[in-house]
Design a protein around this ligand. Sequence first.
Ligand code: UDP
Length: 339
Amino acid sequence: MSNQKEHILITGGAGFIGSHLIERLLNQGEHVAIIDDLSTGQFSNIEPFAKHHNFRFVIDSVFHEEVFDGLVKNAHTVIHLAAAVGVRLIVEHPVHTIQTNVMGTERVLKAALRYKTKVLIASTSEVYGKENHIPFAEDDDIVLGSSKKSRWAYAASKLVDEFLGLAYYREYNLPVAIVRFFNTIGPRQTGHYGMVVPRFMVQAICNKPITVYGDGTQSRCFCDVRDVVSAITQLIAHPTAFGEVFNIGGNEEVTIKELAERVIKLTHSSSPIVFVPYEKAYTLGFEDMHRRVPDTSRIFNLSGWKAMFSLNDTLAYIQDYFRLSPETLEKEKAILDKF
Ligand code: UDP
């Protein structure tokens, strides 16, 4: 590899969003390198690109300084997706979550500063915490729950990432932008870490009970991963995106009960809906977000981006994926059986 800054580096590239991003960037003619320790990412997600002449993958951690440094040196942009994600993982492994998120981002920023490389940091709508003012706008005040509840460790750790990224921008002029993802969905997302859509889809296809947590009146705005990838590619190409935070989310609010009904209808499933108390689904004292709706006017005003795919389109896209990949369906079924 030459010393020119020739590729876009994606940390956590073997994850669900990363794998879709690789595909888009390669189609755009970019050179793409990824680093992933396969802790939650999967090799099968990157396998289709493994032999592509513009693609390079490194199975390692951003904490392996020598390796990571070499990759950043040759990158014109780093897209930092590597993080501990998924509510289940966070509640079960809070130490790992805090360490991976905070220290991982610090590593990325330090290396990027050394080579003056642009950085896009993936954050999450979780950072809005218990805020009740709908829709959530990037500059809103934030209220988090008690530090005795692990769920908030995720929000707090990603907020530290945001503070750190913006501090590097202000203090060192490093081009850093932050994106807050709101419930991204699509093929290759696994239900292993608690995500609702792959879980409901697999339950419905297998005619098993659909497990709605709580009373199902909580709502989300799901966003198609193809839209999310478009937002990312637009932002990294935009000179004035840096030093800013952007919500990336869908514009169709749906309750979780309605989501279950739509999945059942789409898949012609005979699954019943069962309501599972939160204490049973997670741990005692678990706090869910009742509504989560993004205000996406900032990114719209910058680049004209807004979510294009409807929830029904995306659900059909995910259904097709399971239809075409029976071995993945089997794997996801086995995961469901464990929880
Ligand atoms: N949920 C559910 N059944 C499941 C998994 C999740 O009812 O099998 C609910 C969860 O409690 C939350 C919503 O679906 O209210 C979205 O959960 P997810 O973990 O996908 O994303 P979150 O918005 O919590 O980050």
